[in-house]
Design a protein around this ligand. Sequence first.
Ligand SMILES: Nc1ncnc2c1ncn2[C@@H]1O[C@H](COP(=O)(O)OP(=O)(O)OP(=O)(O)O)[C@@H](O)[C@H]1O
Ligand SMILES: [Mg+2]
Length: 149
Amino acid sequence: MKKILIPVDSSEFSERAIEEGKKMAKAFGSEVVLLHIVGLKIPPMITMRFSATVPQGRPVDSYEDHEKKDASDMLTAYKESFGDMKDKVETKVIHGIVADEILKIINNTDVDLVIMGSHGIGSTLYRTLLGSVANKVVHHSKKPVLVIK
Ligand SMILES: Nc1ncnc2c1ncn2[C@@H]1O[C@H](COP(=O)(O)OP(=O)(O)OP(=O)(O)O)[C@@H](O)[C@H]1O
Ligand SMILES: [Mg+2]
């Protein structure tokens, strides 16, 4: 088990996945990749690029840069929490369709195990068996996925 991928969305669920990942990485001497996907913007955000009504008219690209910076700060903080194991932790921020980008990393790179939450920061009112990202990843991953509840 050389490389463990932990997709992170800042939820308690993905924090639990990180805690599980620490135990596994310690036991197996694995490298860890902490991954966050900055999702594609829904149309109302994209229209801001052309909107005269948005104060200071910040283009959508700049929102994405902002989000990427926030995501990278979040992952760095999680990396620090690995303490003396942190040198084995890599952080990655990618922009795109969340489940698809996670699956590309799983299926096209040398990841041996995925640890992720059953749910994330999505709706807490109605909990399905799995969140939509977890569901798609579990269905299409060619590597083992450990889902943390
Ligand atoms: N943007 C993201 N980048 C990286 N990992 C993510 C991202 N979103 C979700 N995940 C991973 O997927 C797990 C399950 O989250 P998911 O998004 O499926 O549930 P949800 O947010 O409750 O539901 P939904 O998004 O369908 O409303 C999270 O605990 C996290 O490990
Ligand atoms: Mg979600």
